[in-house]
Design a protein around this ligand. Sequence first.
Ligand code: C5P
Length: 222
Amino acid sequence: MKNFVIAIDGFSSCGKSTVAKALAKELNFVFIDSGAMYRAVTLYIQQNKVNIENEQGVLDALDNIHIDFVPNPEKVQILLNGEDVSDAIRTMEVSEYVSEVSALKPVRKAMVHQQQNLGKKRNIVMDGRDIGTTVFPNADLKIFMTASPQVRAERRFAELGAKGEVLTMEEVKENLSHRDHIDSTREESPLRQAEDAIVLDNSELNQEEQLQFVINLVKEKI
Ligand code: C5P
């Protein structure tokens, strides 16, 4: 039987990963957070002071980057060259630069290729910005998640606060709109809703309701 692929796309901090993770757990699918991969590349570029204007430098960096996911039902762990960077990739420093790095052609090419390989022969839920449009244009189910800017900023603010990052709500809002702008206007696979994606606006829904919404859609397809 062919593997089942669920693509979840949307703007920053719409709660994509939360739904994707819960869905993967419920269905016993593999969850892949594609944003974590772009964040890991960004961390490497920052740590190694790679000049992103220099294409050869970026290509060399990509040759030296190896990303792995550790299957762990409680927490998704991501390894960058063997080191657990699950927390390090979530800092504001990385968030502030990740969209610039993600807009680079060689970075997208390398990540899309890896993501397509990860989705071969396995049932997966992958969340990101271009999963339904570029990575898996033939995904079995495509969801496009949205939430009001206020709800998104509040969620992100709470998430960062829980990790001890001291930021104002304004700074959080600015980062979200900065990333959304670059992500949706870049030349290479910009964030947009796939024609056959189903919209899930979760501004007013709790996690259980969101999960149920998607599970019902999966049941129609299986
Ligand atoms: O999902 P998350 O917010 O962690 O993603 C971080 C950044 O990675 C996004 O703002 C975007 O610039 C980039 N990204 C991307 N394509 C994806 C997933 C994430 O360009 N499929």
